[in-house]
Design a protein around this ligand. Structure first.
Ligand SMILES: *Cc1c(COP(=O)(O)O)cnc(C)c1O
Length: 362
């Protein structure tokens, strides 16, 4: 049996260290927004080269608070991708703004910058690219469109911790980069957690107020805020994992290289990172018209797979729009298949997955 993702091996390797740090936190009496959160914020900001990092309760909250702090609200439009987890569009809807979906690029699976300008209206306030599956969207093109039209950029980096474009970390291009530490992400904790990156002093101050009931001094509430705080246990665990993140991401790239080599002679589209982009493979997602047959065969062999995403957001009841169809996204959602991917995946396991896929074509 090969699972889509195995979190137990990583825990086994860190078990002692995590045990010690958890005991220290429990003994300290400080459980929410304490020294571990503060240090984690500094360490993440340093690692990704952002000026500020603000810990919050989840990736969804990171998006919601960033959008709210950017002053986006009712009547505003935010341009984003339909090929993403629902949280991206939920965060836009939470502030009563409208998500405007633009079709994706068939190779990167990310928003197609060539289609953004025709979606801009006088109500457009921001572009919200998602760096899907661990690969950065085309930030150079997106930034230049945003600059030309006076739009904000807020990045959904939930799946791309450590992804870079010519050395610059995904999440540090726009006004804000929103991270998730959910267990299935590249840098992950054992519960919910999130963080917002920004270079703006003012914006980071606003976020710190918003995440803590709108108060900058205890019991003085200047704005309507939220309870969205990161806790010390998760922060302590994340600090340990941050020390290993380069190795986790390098191992994900090793797994991806092996898959790509072995799948090379099959009529399957494998993930491809443009030169200068470093992919961190939160998912290894292939494309093939035989997707459903392959999925059944793998499942009969006890190999885990997933379809991210079977129903794009422009096809969901909540966000269905009169927009013209988004044909690339529709086709990709019928052909995509995510294979087992985690840093500890062994060569023999990768070979077994590919042999099983090969048997479908035999
Ligand atoms: C996981 C994810 C989120 C939400 O993160 P949570 O921490 O689960 O709230 C948002 N966007 C994308 C693209 C994600 O994959």
């Amino acid at each position: 049996m090969i699972p889509l993702i195995d979190l137990k091996e990583q825990y086994a390797a860190l078990r002692e260290e995590i045990g010690v740090r958890i005991s220290e936190v429990l003994a300290s009496g400080h459980y929410v927004l304490g020294p571990n959160v503060e240090n984690l914020e500094k360490e993440v900001a340093t690692f990704l080269d952002a000026k500020h990092a603000v810990g919050v309760a989840s990736g969804t909250d990171a998006l919601h608070l960033a959008i709210a702090a950017a002053g986006i609200g009712a009547g505003d439009e935010v341009i984003t991708t339909p090929f993403t987890f629902a949280a991206t569009a939920e965060a836009i809807s939470y502030v009563q703004a409208t998500a405007v979906f633009v079709d994706i690029d068939p190779v990167s699976f990310n928003i197609d910058p060539g289609r953004i300008e025709s979606a801009i209206t006088p109500r457009t306030k921001a572009i919200l690219p998602v760096h899907l599956f661990g690969l950065s969207a085309d930030m150079e093109a997106i930034e230049s469109i945003a600059r030309a039209h006076g739009l904000l950029v807020i990045e959904d980096c939930a799946q791309s911790f450590g992804a870079r474009v010519s050395g610059t970390a995904a999440g540090t291009f726009g006004l804000a980069g929103c991270l998730s530490f959910y267990p299935s992400k590249n840098l992950s904790c054992y519960g919910d957690g999130g963080m917002i990156l920004t270079d703006s002093d003012e914006f980071s101050k606003n976020l710190r107020v918003l995440r803590n009931h709108g108060s900058s001094r205890p019991y003085h509430h200047d704005k309507l805020g939220f309870n969205s705080r990161l806790d010390e246990l998760q922060a302590a665990i994340l600090r340990i994992k941050l020390e290993n993140i380069e190795s986790y991401n390098e191992n994900r790239r090793r797994v991806a290289r092996r898959y790509t080599q072995l799948l090379d002679d099959l009529p399957i589209v494998t993930p491809h990172a443009r030169s200068g982009m470093s992919h961190v493979y939160c998912q290894y997602t292939i494309r093939t018209p035989l997707r459903d047959q392959i999925r059944v065969r793998l499942s009969e062999t006890d190999i885990g797979t997933a379809i991210y995403y079977p129903v794009p957001l422009h096809r969901q009841q909540l966000w269905r729009q009169d927009t013209p169809s988004l044909p690339v996204c529709d086709q990709v959602s019928e052909e995509c298949l995510s294979l087992p991917m985690f840093p500890e995946l062994q060569d023999e396991q990768i070979e077994h997955v590919v042999d099983t896929i090969r048997s479908v074509f035999a």
